[in-house]
Every structure is written in structure tokens, then in C-alpha cells.
Design a protein around this ligand. Structure first.
Ligand SMILES: NC(=O)c1ccc[n+]([C@@H]2O[C@H](COP(=O)([O-])OP(=O)(O)OC[C@H]3O[C@@H](n4cnc5c(N)ncnc54)[C@H](OP(=O)(O)O)[C@@H]3O)[C@@H](O)[C@H]2O)c1
Length: 327
């Protein structure tokens, strides 16, 4: 099948391309600059230059595609990106894809929480999910818990980044880079883990590879429960608290790892203070607020898309990473 991945240079987008190629599909990936498509072309992906803020480019990218995965997002924007403008483009994209003959659109998404409306990214995501349910083509929203590759690094570790390709945490975002400069290896060097919200909050963490496998299943399976407009939640293999994650890091590093938590109210205040003059830092605080307010203690491992026994646990993920050389 001919599948378009919008946002093929992202961590999830690139893994989706790789899983699709391995399964023998004809894969087209959108990139924003031709030079940034080299690694994708090397593994057999056809690249096309497209930007969500340029509807005509999305129309061209979709020509001939049967299925589309909408993975592009402005959560960790490059310098000069305007997240609100990207969200508007993302919102226009599904109708454009449908107009070009795409028959199923898959949106990787995030869980519903009480603070969704207060967080620009999740507010936009809920509108987008809603729009998808009104389209005449098939749509699947696949909601995921936090990705291990991303969130087990953001707590202050470089271990999840070992051997990672297209890492979200390594994106050229000035704000993220300055945050990582101060906190990037706190877990391994100081035995300190920084977490959003209560340390007892539990999440069914999932690897990017398992998430990509689930997205590809949602795109390519004939039958998906809930079609023509399905919404699925895909849990990772174990719901773990932040304390559990710290204990896992501690076991693997042979040292005690303490947890330092920041309450949602602190992020909410920072979001508000920064909003008038610093959109990206304010949005990042809003996302931390979302993370601090939510739990995904889900037990529906694999969400009906993946065999639970085939999924990677936090311990397996970190154990494998610890074996790799530090970057
Ligand atoms: N991280 C998590 O824990 C988590 C949990 C649940 C669900 N999700 C979902 O998983 C997805 C994450 O995808 P990811 O890992 O691939 O993200 P990512 O690593 O942050 O990459 C973002 C991608 O979006 C592209 N992009 C940004 N602005 C664009 C624009 N204006 N036009 C076209 N492309 C643009 C980027 O292109 P450039 O490289 O050119 O900048 C990049 O390819 C999201 O849909 C998110 O909602 C994530």
C-alpha cells in the first residue's frame, strides 16, 4: 500500500517509516528540507518536501497515497516555528488528504485530561480529533501514554538517547537545549530525577518503536475496532510510578536515585507569566502542567493492536540502552 507519513523526520514519524518499509509498503515521507530526508531515502523512503503551513505542498505530498499518518507536530519547534500557525495547518491537513483520495488517516495522539483546554497543544489536539470524526474517510486516533524514549530522558538522563535516531529530545529547539544543558545527565551523575507531578503518578510507558508498530497496524489493518472513526488507547506493558522508574534506574546504575517532583500549579503559574512574550517556553510549561496533571495507569496492553508479549518494558528498554556507549 502507498502510505504517506507527514512528519517523517520526527522520532515517531521516522520509526513509522522504518516499520512500513520493513513490512513491504510503498512509503512516502514528508520533510521540510530536502537535505533532511537523506537518512529516510537511504532506507527506501520516497521523500517529498511539504510544510503544514503550506496547504498546496500537503496536497502534492498526498497525491496517490492511500493511507496517511499525521505525525508532524510543533511540540518541540525549531527556531522560527510558530506553534499556533503549525496547529492551524495541521487542522487543515485532514480535509486536504481526504480530497486527494487518501482513504484512512491515522493521528498519533495523547490521553484526555481535565486540563486539556488550558494547554494549547492538547486543546488543538482535541479539536483535530473532533474534525477527524466528521470526515467521510476512515480515521483512527491512537492515544499513547508517555514515550520512554522521550520522557525517561526529560527526567534528567541521556541514557534513553543512546543509539536513538531522530530523537525528539535532541531536536534543535533553543528552549529545550538550554533546559537539557542544565539537567541532561542528573540521573546518572547526581542520582536525581526531575518529574512533573506526584512521584506516585503511574504511567503505562511505551517505547517509540512499539508506538510506531501500533500506528502502522492502525493504518494498514483491514479491520480496526470502531471504524470508520476509531479512537484507541494503547498501553505499554506495565503501569509504573515515577518511584518505580527511579528504582529501575537505581538498579541499573548501581546507585540510589531520588525523585524531585514539581507540582502542576508551578507549571501553570509559569505558563501564565511567560504567555505574553514567550510562546514556546509558555507552551512547554503548559505541557509540563499536562504531564503533571495526568496519569495513564492503563492496563489495556497493546490496545488490541499489538501482542502484549511483544512489547518492551521500562526495565528492558533501559537495560538495552545502558549497554550502549554514552554519546
Ligand atoms: N512524546 C510522547 O511521549 C508522546 C506521547 C503520546 C503521543 N505522542 C504523539 O506522537 C507524535 C510524536 O511524533 P514525533 O515523535 O515524530 O515528533 P517529533 O520528534 O517532535 O518531530 C516532529 C516532526 O514534526 C515535523 N514538523 C514540525 N512542524 C512542521 C510543519 N510546519 N510542517 C511539517 N512538518 C512539521 C518536524 O519536522 P522538522 O524535523 O523538519 O522540524 C518533525 O518531523 C505526536 O503526534 C504526539 O502527539 C507523543
Amino acid at each position: 500500500m502507498k502510505v504517506l507519513v507527514v512528519g517523517a523526520n520526527g522520532q515517531l514519524g521516522a520509526r513509522c517509516c522504518a516499520v512500513l518499509v520493513e513490512a513491504g509498503h510503498d512509503v512516502r515521507g514528508s520533510v521540510r528540507e530536502p537535505a533532511r530526508g537523506e537518512a529516510l531515502r537511504a532506507v527506501g523512503v520516497e521523500t517529498v518536501v511539504a510544510d503544514l503551513t503550506d496547504t498546496a505542498s500537503i496536497r502534492v505530498a498526498a497525491t496517490g497515497a492511500e493511507l496517511a499518518i499525521l505525525s508532524a507536530n510543533a511540540v518541540v519547534p525549531r527556531a522560527g516555528d510558530r506553534p499556533a500557525v503549525v496547529e492551524e495547518g495541521l487542522r487543515r491537513a485532514p480535509a486536504v488528504l481526504a480530497g486527494q483520495g487518501v482513504r484512512r488517516i491515522v493521528l498519533p495522539s495523547v490521553p484526555v485530561t481535565d486540563v486539556d483546554e488550558a494547554v494549547p497543544f492538547t486543546r488543538a489536539r482535541r479539536r483535530l480529533e473532533n474534525d477527524l470524526a466528521g470526515l467521510r474517510v476512515e480515521t483512527v486516533c491512537v492515544r499513547f501514554p508517555p514515550f520512554m524514549d522521550v520522557h525517561l530522558a526529560l527526567v534528567g538522563s541521556s541514557i534513553p538517547l543512546r543509539g536513538a535516531q531522530n530523537a525528539t529530545v535532541d531536536r534543535p529547539s533553543p528552549f529545550l537545549r538550554s533546559f537539557r544543558n542544565g539537567t541532561g545527565t542528573l540521573v546518572e551523575s547526581r542520582g536525581l530525577m526531575l518529574v512533573p507531578g506526584p512521584r506516585s503518578h503511574r504511567n503505562a510507558f511505551i517505547t517509540v518503536t512499539d508506538a510506531a508498530r501500533a500506528v502502522v497496524e492502525a493504518a494498514t489493518r483491514d479491520e480496526v475496532e470502531g471504524l470508520p472513526h476509531a479512537t484507541l488507547e494503547v498501553a505499554g506493558p506495565q503501569p509504573l510510578s515515577w518511584d518505580d522508574v527511579a528504582a529501575t534506574y537505581g538498579r541499573l546504575l548501581g546507585r540510589r536515585v531520588r525523585v524531585l517532583s514539581t507540582p502542576a500549579v508551578v507549571y501553570a503559574a509559569a505558563q501564565k507569566v511567560l504567555r505574553p512574550f514567550a510562546e514556546v517556553p509558555s507552551n512547554t510549561m503548559a505541557l509540563n502542567r499536562y504531564g503533571a496533571s495526568s496519569e495513564t495507569a492503563w492496563t489495556n496492553v497493546g490496545g488490541g493492536l499489538l501482542d502484549p508479549a511483544s512489547m518492551t518494558t521500562v526495565e528492558e528498554f533501559l537495560r538495552e540502552k545502558v549497554r550502549l556507549p554514552a554519546a
